[in-house]
Design a protein around this ligand. Structure first.
Ligand SMILES: NC(=O)c1ccc[n+]([C@@H]2O[C@H](COP(=O)([O-])OP(=O)(O)OC[C@H]3O[C@@H](n4cnc5c(N)ncnc54)[C@H](OP(=O)(O)O)[C@@H]3O)[C@@H](O)[C@H]2O)c1
Length: 289
């Protein structure tokens, strides 16, 4: 008998479900997309029960959940609620991908492209804007790969908190806070760095060209909104060498992010017991050239 159609249940924390996420879901091969918007944790149980009580365990790999929306913290709360609502002891569960604001697929893409050019174990890496959803995950993945990470922020307390959270998850590298408010602080933060990832807010320049350290080998800017995050890197750069530095801009990384996003959606339908957060999405990225 033929397999049941693939149903993706999109739980979005925003008042309007993301069009971007819906298009990717269709392009990734979902047969049906059920989009729910403005979803809060208290609404999740009945939505998940609708998913797990309809098809039997042998068909539940053909149903999956995608958690999106612009607020990653709200998405993380939904993920917790989704996990609690499932009944794995009876095989009544479905696979879940968390990618609020593209945080996991974007961070995985950034680290994946960096790895094309650098051995991440022991590499000196600075993540500017490291306290945001994307930057936190970039730093977390680099730390887990054994990098020596500086996590940049305008505020020491914010950087301290994020570093502590990353260390608590475990990993082979090092992560230390770096305040980057003034040109002098920025100069100290970039000193000796081989990899710099700018994950600051859209439209905020975090690294002038004059501040590139002589040690820099790879520069990755995730901000596509002018002014760009790193002066001297163009949005469309995809491994372009500029003054001896391999550069990636937001659109250049975006191509890899799209491949990872589609691959992660497709993989949801292979089994019914998978939870994809940053680490799992990065693992999926390894199969992408
Ligand atoms: N290419 C892609 O496919 C893709 C996909 C998703 C997102 N993105 C981009 O990735 C970047 C990171 O996304 P996000 O959602 O993590 O960003 P975000 O939360 O908006 O900002 C990240 C960090 O930037 C710092 N920041 C904010 N305003 C600033 C300002 N005026 N001056 C200096 N620093 C400032 C903040 O850190 P502190 O307050 O600690 O300094 C903040 O935590 C964005 O540019 C986003 O557009 C790209």
């Amino acid at each position: 008998m033929s397999e049941k159609p693939r149903i993706l249940i999109q739980l979005d924390t925003d008042p309007q479900a993301s069009v971007f996420d819906r298009v990717v879901a269709v392009d990734a091969g979902c047969d049906h997309l059920f989009a729910y918007e403005g979803v809060t944790p208290d609404q999740v149980t009945s939505l998940v029960h609708g998913a797990i009580f309809t098809r039997g365990p042998k068909d539940l790999h053909r149903t999956a959940v995608f958690i999106g929306g612009s607020d990653v913290s709200a998405g993380e709360l939904l993920l917790g609620a989704v996990r609690r609502a499932m009944l794995p002891q009876w095989g009544l569960q479905v696979s879940v991908l968390l990618d609020s604001n593209g945080c996991n697929t974007t961070a995985a893409a950034a680290v994946h492209v960096a790895k094309r050019h650098l051995n991440l174990r022991g590499v000196s890496a600075l993540v500017l804007g490291g306290t945001g959803p994307v930057g936190q995950r970039v730093a977390r993945l680099l730390f887990q790969q054994g990098a020596s990470v500086r996590l940049g922020s305008r505020q020491a307390s914010r950087a301290d908190t994020v570093c502590a959270t990353i260390v608590a998850r475990g990993g082979a590298g090092q992560v230390t806070p770096a305040v980057t408010s003034t040109p002098e602080e920025l100069a100290r933060a970039v000193e000796g760095q081989e990899l710099i990832v700018a994950a600051g807010a859209a439209g905020v320049n975090l690294l002038p060209r004059s501040a590139w350290p002589s040690t820099l080998r790879v520069a990755i800017d995730l901000n596509a909104v002018p002014p760009l995050g790193i002066d001297g890197v163009e949005a469309g750069d995809s491994g372009k060498e500029r003054d001896g530095v391999v550069c990636y801009g937001a659109l250049g990384v975006g191509g890899t992010k799209m491949k990872i996003h589609k691959a992660a959606i497709a993989k949801l339908f292979e089994r019914n017991d998978q939870i994809f957060d940053a680490e799992e999405v990065y693992h999926i990225a390894q199969a992408i050239p």
